[in-house]
Design a protein around this ligand. Structure first.
Ligand SMILES: Cc1cc2nc3c(=O)[nH]c(=O)nc-3n(C[C@H](O)[C@H](O)[C@H](O)COP(=O)(O)O)c2cc1C
Length: 204
């Protein structure tokens, strides 16, 4: 059984930090599944859920990815790397999946037609830009869910998406919002250094 979440969201947000050194322990697949089971509940416009994941555990494959991720030490030290990618073409090809089963008949047809009207004429690049941004919601969920399950993470943008796509045999149109090292941490990380609420907020 996966270990239960024992932290509140507040506790997970407060304790989470980027960890770049991991214990040499594999992460059980059931724990990754339990984390992604929470991530998949993230909200998205039209319920499109454009996020997709590749969970890389194969040591040979991970070794090939390391130079494409600037040989960052968290990639080298972790057993498990989660590649987050956005795929709006997959969303639109299976748009039926995104419409709530409670919406049936004429209302369902209208919902599907509205998706076609909104997205049918747009370029693949414009669709992807949208899906890419929305997928960061999933990244936030992932970092907090992993922390609450006792795992530490390191989100990264320091990688070459084209090399990752080639090595992982992903479709050419997809984009990669982030890769995430995950495992049992072997360093404390840095204390948070953040703006205050007042610095980033205006109450009116
Ligand atoms: C989308 C994203 C990409 C990041 N890319 C990298 C990276 O490539 N390498 C790295 O060492 N840290 C990376 N970071 C970690 C940030 O530097 C770190 O989250 C930030 O400095 C705040 O520190 P903390 O997470 O420990 O609180 C990334 C963070 C995010 C959210």
């Amino acid at each position: 059984m996966p270990s239960p979440s024992v932290m509140t969201v507040k506790e997970a947000a407060e304790s989470r930090r980027a960890i770049r050194k991991y214990l040499q322990e594999p992460v059980p697949e059931e724990d990754i599944r339990a984390i992604l089971d929470q991530v998949r509940l993230a909200p998205s416009p039209n319920n499109f859920q454009p996020w997709r994941f590749v969970v890389v555990r194969d040591p040979a494959l991970k070794k090939r990815l390391e130079p494409a991720a600037e040989n960052q030490r968290q990639v080298i030290s972790t057993h498990c790397l989660i590649v987050l990618y956005a795929d709006m073409e997959d969303v639109l090809a299976h748009r039926e999946e995104t419409v709530h089963p409670g919406i049936q008949g004429a209302a369902r047809e209208r919902a599907l037609a509205a998706i076609e009207r909104a997205w049918g004429e747009k370029s693949v690049a414009v669709r992807q830009r949208f899906a890419h941004g929305i997928s960061y919601i999933a990244l936030g969920y992932l970092l907090l869910a992993a922390e609450a399950m006792g795992y530490r993470t390191s989100p990264m943008l320091g990688f070459d998406p084209e090399q990752f796509k080639a090595i992982l045999e992903l479709p050419p149109h997809v984009t990669l919002p982030a890769i995430v090292a995950i495992g049992r941490g072997d360093e404390p990380g840095y204390p948070h250094h953040r703006h205050s609420v007042d610095r980033i907020t205006r109450f009116i």
